[in-house]
Design a binder for this molecule. Structure first.
Ligand code: UFG
Length: 348
């Protein structure tokens, strides 16, 4: 396997995956509709790696166009990270989320089948565990109740891919359940560029650290955790990206259906993350305690040992590197990639 389609490769995680693929001798190309991403990220990937990355601006709901690109590129594998991803927005616009996320995945699978491509790696999420039945979470932990349409699309797509594999065992699938990816490439050239007010903790802290926002809002300090704030398994996006390279190698050696947690196995509370960020940026950050955010759980961290046992992957970077690299990216790119002409989501 050499040629890899990174679907959504101009986005935060996809761009980091492209870098790691190139570092390991793969030839990624990108299809992205630039809905929540920037072509500049691809140019930056080229700057980091010194390699050209073919880029096609196209929508995964356009079958003819996606088919045409497959005809030109003939990928051996697809890494599917394209999709809408904002939890709150998905509650307000469920139809758009189901239509886009499920429709794109179904279309990609159909085009893959027609072009003889039978390997897919899917960006799933720890959200499929709901409020986890056990901590640390292993892959055999039962799936839980998912409280928003975004998370539902992750669970449904896992089911769809499993069903396709069971009907045709030559169709190989890796489901990667991401915990909380943060940080940026150490070059400071690529990173997360949220639209508007960041929904997630670390991008929000980063904007407070550079003075773009006044203070951090801590959602809840009455959880049953050591300091009362929510605990998550934060993982450096470069480690996460490397997990995809390991997943490809796994498929080369051992085709089939595989499921892995990608996390560090360590939980950090909101207050611990803020303290680590303060250390990274060398200043105190203003914070205020707000009520709990609806749908949030108290504590979520994984047992990542299956990924190590079966594909030799483990996270190597810690919370210091995560905060250091996030801060470097944010200070060098205070306005992200600088394209703020983000259109509201719609169906056609
Ligand atoms: N939090 C704050 N203030 C903020 C934002 C978040 O206190 O401004 C807290 C949350 O309450 C939570 C923690 O910080 O305790 C982490 O919140 P994030 O929004 O950064 O991440 P989540 O764990 O809520 O969600 C992430 C991804 C989802 C994914 C989920 C899987 O954003 O896409 O992990 O567990 F579904």
């Amino acid at each position: 396997m050499k040629k890899v389609l990174v679907a959504g490769g101009a986005g935060y995680i996809g761009s980091h995956i492209c870098v790691e693929l190139i570092n390991e001798g793969y030839e990624p190309f990108v299809i992205d509709n630039l809905y929540n991403s920037s072509e500049l990220a691809i140019r930056r990937v080229e700057e980091i790696t010194g390699k050209k990355v073919p880029f096609y601006r196209a929508d995964f709901l356009n079958a003819d166009r996606i088919s045409e690109i497959f005809e030109l590129e003939h990928p051996d594998a697809v890494i599917m990270c394209a999709g809408y991803k904002a939890v709150g927005e998905s509650v307000a616009r469920p139809l758009e989320y189901y239509y886009n996320n499920l429709g794109s995945l179904l279309l990609v699978c159909d085009v893959m089948r027609r072009h003889g491509c039978s390997n897919i790696i899917f960006s799933s999420s720890a959200t499929v565990y709901g409020d986890p039945a056990e901590i640390p979470i292993t892959e055999s932990c039962p799936k839980g109740e998912i409280t928003n349409p975004y998370g539902q699309t992750k669970g449904m797509i896992e089911q769809i891919l499993s069903d396709i594999h069971h009907a045709d065992e030559s169709f190989s699938v890796v489901l990667l359940r991401y915990f909380n990816p943060i940080g940026a490439h150490p070059s400071g050239l690529i990173g997360e560029d949220p639209n508007g007010i960041p929904n997630n903790l670390v991008p929000y802290i980063a904007q407070v650290a550079i003075g773009k926002r006044e203070m951090i809002h801590v959602f809840g300090n009455d959880y049953p955790t050591p300091d009362g704030t929510g605990v998550r398994d934060y993982i450096h996006v470069v480690d996460l990206a490397k997990g995809h390279v390991c997943a490809l190698r796994k498929l080369e050696k051992d085709p089939g259906l595989h499921i892995y947690n990608l996390g560090t196995g360590h939980g950090y509370s909101v207050l611990e993350v803020i303290a680590a960020y303060e250390k990274a940026c060398g200043k105190q950050l203003k914070k205020v305690f707000d009520p709990r955010r609806p749908g949030d759980i108290a504590c979520c961290y994984c047992d990542p040992s299956k990924a190590f046992k079966e594909m030799g992957w483990k996270a190597e970077l810690g919370i210091e590197e995560m905060c250091r690299d996030s801060y470097r990216w944010q200070t060098r790119n205070p306005d992200g990639y600088g394209n703020s002409d983000h259109a509201p989501i719609c169906l056609s």
